[in-house]
Write a protein that binds this ligand. Structure first.
Ligand SMILES: [Zn+2]
Length: 204
């Protein structure tokens, strides 16, 4: 199927998004063709202004408008509690619950042998540096309850054992295989407040 060049360019642009096939890309493109010019410009402007206004926090590696980010510089957050997450979306989900007052560290993914994500691809060096520099009493490993999330938690538990910090993870109650990002606020909030640790810091 051929489309006018401006529409085709838009279709091709939408195709870079995850989970978007050609049919959906065409539907999106034509919804902008038929929609108001203002809405199309608003979308274009939001995309254009995304990267110039985002930076990565040098302390927690989250994307933020400022470096260091607002959470890292907030002195009312607990300094000795560090939550390690796979990506920024988990931070948003946890912040939404209002049940966590510590700081964060974004690992940049989870171990995934199928997709070839090994420890070398994750921000482990920076995490070790963070553990060495700060007096962390508790490391809360907030990962999805799926195979890769569990594997990452086991790996980090071994890696961080030497720091003598308590290692915790969300309380049971989140369904197996569930994504933290999609958990409802009440369930996730309770799983954070009742986070648990294993005997001798051994969660496996
Ligand atoms: Zn930060």
């Amino acid at each position: 199927m051929r489309y006018p060049a401006p529409v085709q360019r838009l279709v091709d642009a939408f195709l870079v998004l995850p989970g978007i096939g050609r049919r959906t890309a065409v539907r999106f493109a034509y919804s902008l063709v038929y929609g108001s010019k203002e809405d199309a410009i608003k979308l274009a402007k939001a995309i254009e202004e995304l990267h110039p206004n985002l930076t990565r926090c040098q302390l927690c590696f989250s994307y933020s408008e400022k470096n260091p980010c607002a959470i890292c510089v907030n002195s009312s957050r607990e300094q000795d509690l560090l939550c390690v997450v796979a990506d920024d979306r988990t931070i948003s989900a946890i912040e939404q619950t209002g049940s966590y007052k510590g700081r964060y560290f974004v690992l940049g993914g989870v171990l995934n042998p199928v997709d070839g994500v090994s420890p070398a691809e994750l921000e482990l060096t920076a995490l070790h540096r963070r553990m060495q520099e700060a007096t962390i009493q508790e490391v809360f490993l907030a990962f999805d309850a799926d195979t890769n999330g569990e594997a990452t938690v086991s790996y980090l538990t071994q890696e961080l054992r030497k720091y003598n910090a308590k290692i915790t993870k969300p309380a049971r109650g989140l369904p197996a295989g569930s994504r933290l990002e999609y958990a409802d606020e009440v369930t996730l909030g309770a799983a954070i407040l009742e986070r648990r640790n294993g005997k001798n810091n051994d969660l496996s």
